[in-house]
Design a protein around this ligand. Structure first.
Ligand code: NAD
Length: 511
C-alpha cells in the first residue's frame, strides 16, 4: 500500500493522544502502518464534535441524507480496486472475498437510501377515542451511535452498519479493529466526498477493552460485532447505562445435505460456505450433516473440490482462499485440528499450516469421525475447518444441527424446496439458506439478519436494521372533548358511559 495513502487515511482518525501500534499485513508479515491510538481526551473530542454535528444533520430531510449514500454507493463501486487492495492487505483474504464486502456495502447503501424515507416517516395510529384522539408515531434518532466492529469483514461490518444509523439522523463514532482501521477510514473519506458533513461520522482508534469501553460509556446506542464472550461484556456495560444495543456474535453453523441433494452443486456450495475469508466469517459453515445414503459419494465430491482450491492473497482475482488474519487464529485452528486428530478424528483434506505461502496460511481442512469430546465439535473455530457427520434422516440431521448454543446461520441442500422449507422451519437459526451457504440470506437486505441464542441479539438489515437506531415517540392530540367526566357528570356515570362505549367499539370492531 502506498505510504501517502496510509498517511492520508490515518490523518482522518480522531487519534493521536496515545502511542501508536504497528500493523502488519497477514499474508506477507510486512508492516504497513504505525497506527495512532485515541486517548480518552480524543474520545471526548469526538463526542463533542458528534453532538454538535448530529443536531444539524438530523434537521435535514431524510431524502437529502439518503442522497449522500446513493453517491457513496457509486463511488465505492467506481473505486473498488483501491478498497480491495486495502481490505486484502489488512486481512490477508482472497480478492473475491474482499469483493463480497464491496457488494455488501453497495447493496446496503442502495437499499437504505431507497427505503429510509418511508421507514422513518410519521405513522398514524389509532387513538383511544376514535375521532377525538389523534395519534402519530414518530421516529427520533438516538443521537450518537457507537459502531464497534471486528477485523474479519472490515468494510461490510463498519460501513454497512454505520450507514443506516447515519441516514436515520444519528452521528456515528466507529471504532474499527486496529488491524483493519484503514478500511473504515477509507469508507469514511468516501462518505465525506459523497457529501456527508464533517463530524457526522468519525473514527476513533484503539483496543476494544480501552477505547471501546470509553465509547460505550458515552454513546446513546451501541452496535457491536464480535465474539460472544465480548458481546456479554458490551451488553452488561450498556445495561448499566440503560442504552440500547445490538450484538452480532459468533456461530457454529450447520449445513445439511438431504438425500435428494444435487451432489455436485451442493459440494461446490459447501466450499463457498465453509471457506470464504478462510472460514473467518461468522456465517461460515463448520458442521456438515450428510444423509448416510449419499454420504460416501458426497464426501468424495466435497473433498475433491477442496483439494482443487488455490491458496494465495496476491492483489488479483486468482486465488480461492487467502490467509488467516492473526497468529491467534492460526493457534486456535491448529489446536482444534491437532486435538481432534489426537482423539481419533480423520483428516480428509488439509490439516496443516502453510508457512511457505505466508506466516498465517492454513489449508482448507475437512475432518470426519469428530466426537463430542473434541473442541471442534462444539466451539467456534473461526477458520478453514469443517467437520462432516452422517445423518440417518431429516429428523436426525435437524436434531444434530440444533445441538448448539449458537443460532446464526444454517444451510439446507435439497432438490425439493418444500422439504427444504420444512427442515428450515425446525432449525433454531436466525437465517436458513436453501441451496446456498450464506450469501442468499445475507445479501437479501430487505430481510433482517441476526442470531438466536449465543449468536446475539438485535438485527441488521431490513426495517429492524434502521429502526434500531431510533427511538419511537408517540404524539397524541386530544380534540373537542377531554378524556374525563363532562362538567356535572359523576365519576360513576362516566365509568358507566365509557363501559358502554368500550362495548360498542368492540361490537363495531373499533379499537
Ligand atoms: P473479539 O470479541 O475478541 O473482538 C472483536 C472486537 O471487539 C475487536 O475489534 C476487539 O477490539 C473488540 N473488543 C474487545 N473487547 C471489547 C470490549 N470490552 N468492549 C468493546 N469492544 C471490545 O472477537 P474476535 O475473535 O476478534 O472476532 C471474531 C468473532 O466475531 C467471532 O466469534 C465471529 O463469529 C464474530 N463475528 C460475528 C459477526 C456477526 O455478524 N454475527 C460478524 C463477524 C464476526
Amino acid at each position: 500500500m502506498r505510504v501517502e495513502l496510509v498517511e492520508r487515511l490515518i490523518a482522518r482518525a480522531v487519534a493521536g493522544g496515545a502511542s501508536a501500534v504497528e500493523v502488519f499485513a497477514p499474508a506477507t508479515g510486512v508492516k504497513f502502518a504505525d497506527l495512532p491510538q485515541s486517548s480518552v481526551a480524543d474520545v471526548e473530542d469526538a463526542f463533542a464534535t458528534a453532538r454538535a454535528a448530529q443536531q444539524e444533520w438530523a434537521a435535514r430531510p431524510v431524502a437529502e441524507r439518503a442522497a449522500v449514500f446513493r453517491r457513496f454507493h457509486d463511488l465505492v463501486l467506481a473505486e473498488q480496486s483501491q478498497i480491495l487492495d486495502i481490505v486484502q492487505t489488512e486481512t490477508g483474504k482472497a480478492r473475491s472475498h474482499a469483493f463480497d464486502e464491496v457488494g455488501d456495502v453497495a447493496v446496503n447503501a442502495r437499499y437504505y437510501a431507497k427505503v429510509a424515507k418511508s421507514l422513518l416517516a410519521s405513522r398514524r395510529r389509532n387513538g383511544v377515542i376514535p375521532g377525538l384522539t389523534q395519534v402519530s408515531e414518530e421516529r427520533l434518532p438516538k443521537g450518537v451511535v457507537a459502531v464497534i466492529s471486528p477485523w474479519n469483514y472490515p468494510l461490510a461490518l463498519s460501513a454497512s452498519d454505520a450507514l443506516p444509523a447515519i441516514i436515520a439522523g444519528n452521528a456515528v463514532i466507529s471504532r474499527p479493529d486496529n488491524q483493519t482501521a484503514l478500511t473504515t477510514l477509507w469508507a469514511n473519506e468516501v462518505a465525506e466526498r459523497a457529501g456527508l458533513p464533517r463530524g457526522v461520522w468519525q473514527v476513533v482508534l484503539g483496543r476494544g477493552a480501552s477505547v471501546g469501553t470509553e465509547l460505550i460509556s458515552r454513546a446513546d446506542y451501541v452496535d457491536y460485532t464480535g465474539s460472544t464472550a465480548t458481546g456479554r461484556k458490551v451488553a452488561s456495560q450498556a445495561a448499566e447505562r440503560l442504552i440500547g444495543y445490538s450484538l452480532e456474535l459468533g456461530g457454529k453453523n450447520p449445513l445439511l445435505v438431504l438425500d435428494d441433494a444435487d451432489i455436485a452443486k451442493s459440494a461446490k456450495g459447501a466450499v463457498r460456505a465453509a471457506f470464504s475469508s478462510a472460514g473467518q466469517l461468522c456465517e461460515s459453515m463448520e458442521r456438515i450433516y450428510v444423509h448416510t445414503d449419499i454420504y460416501d459419494e458426497w464426501v468424495a465430491a466435497f473433498v475433491a473440490e477442496v483439494e482443487k482450491m488455490k491458496l494465495g492473497a496476491d492483489l488479483a482475482f486468482n486465488s480461492d482462499m487467502g490467509s488467516l488474519t492473526f497468529d491467534r487464529q492460526l493457534t486456535t485452528v491448529s489446536a482444534h485440528v491437532e486435538e481432534a486428530r489426537a482423539k481419533g478424528a480423520t483428516v480428509l483434506a488439509g490439516g496443516k499450516a502453510r508457512p511457505d505461502l505466508g506466516p498465517y496460511f492454513y489449508e482448507p481442512t475437512v475432518l470426519a469421525d469428530v466426537t463430542p469430546g473434541m473442541a471442534v465439535y462444539r466451539d467456534e473455530t473461526f477458520g478453514p475447518v469443517v467437520s462432516v457427520y452422517r445423518a440417518t434422516s431429516d429428523d436426525d440431521a435437524v436434531a444434530q444441527a440444533n445441538d448448539t448454543s449458537y443460532g446464526l446461520n444454517a444451510s439446507v441442500w435439497t432438490r425439493n424446496v418444500g422439504r427444504g422449507r420444512a427442515v428450515a422451519a425446525r432449525l433454531r437459526s436466525g437465517a436458513v439458506n436453501i441451496n446456498e451457504g450464506f450469501i442468499a440470506a445475507w445479501g437479501s437486505v430487505d430481510a433482517p439478519s441476526g442470531g438466536l441464542g449465543d449468536s446475539g441479539t438485535g438485527r441488521r438489515h431490513g426495517a429492524d436494521g434502521i429502526l434500531k437506531y431510533t427511538d419511537s415517540q408517540t404524539i397524541a392530540v386530544q380534540r373537542l372533548l377531554p378524556i374525563a367526566p363532562l362538567p356535572g357528570m359523576s365519576d360513576e356515570t362516566w365509568a358507566a358511559t365509557m363501559t358502554l362505549a368500550f362495548r360498542a367499539m368492540r361490537l363495531v370492531g373499533l379499537k
